[in-house]
Design a binder for this molecule. Structure first.
Ligand code: ADP
Length: 153
């Protein structure tokens, strides 16, 4: 069984994440979208809220599972018998960062392979960081969010 872990903060999930998961579906038997909890990191939305949004958005897809983890991503993949990590590349900055992490994960994760999909041009400017700034600035972030994600702040 080909299992991939798609790790991230999803603070909040955007249409860019959704596109990535949908395009990756034919490659794997199962994709576990896993929210990584990092005690050093500050989030805008609660873990519960982020998890519920993911569940709502991927409700129709049997091959997608939602989970939360606190350990190292490579360790979590081993626990889940996942030999693949899914990540998206939007630009050269993503590539530089992701390349190092994927090489480290390959070593500490017993050969876990990171599979990258380039983002589609219409999504490559979208990030959770930008979405959070729009929300905090009281702007309308809905063009970047799946319909299930309703912001009430
Ligand atoms: P992290 O906190 O680990 O960066 P994110 O939730 O921001 O987590 O992103 C998780 C993954 O989703 C990353 O691989 C990122 O490159 C990818 N991603 C985020 N936004 C997009 C997008 N617009 N198009 C394609 N991939 C994206």
């Amino acid at each position: 069984m080909k299992i991939a872990v798609f790790p991230g903060s999803f603070d909040p999930i955007t249409v860019g994440h959704v596109d990535l998961v949908r395009r990756a579906l034919p490659l794997f038997d199962k994709i576990i979208i896993a929210i990584g909890v990092n005690s050093q990191k500050k989030y805008l939305f609660s873990l519960e809220q982020r998890k519920n949004w993911l569940k709502d958005v991927f409700n129709d897809l049997g091959a997608v599972e939602i989970d939360v983890y606190e350990s190292l991503t490579a360790k979590y993949c081993e626990e889940k018998n996942a030999r693949f990590i899914l990540r998206g590349l939007r630009n050269a900055a993503d590539f530089d960062y992701e390349k190092t992490i994927s090489q480290l994960n390959h070593i500490i994760g017993n050969g876990v392979e990171t599979i990258f999909l380039n983002s589609q041009p219409q999504y490559s400017h979208i990030s959770s960081t930008i979405v959070r700034e729009i929300i905090l600035g009281k702007g309308d972030a809905s063009p970047f969010l799946p319909a299930q994600v309703k912001i009430t702040m």
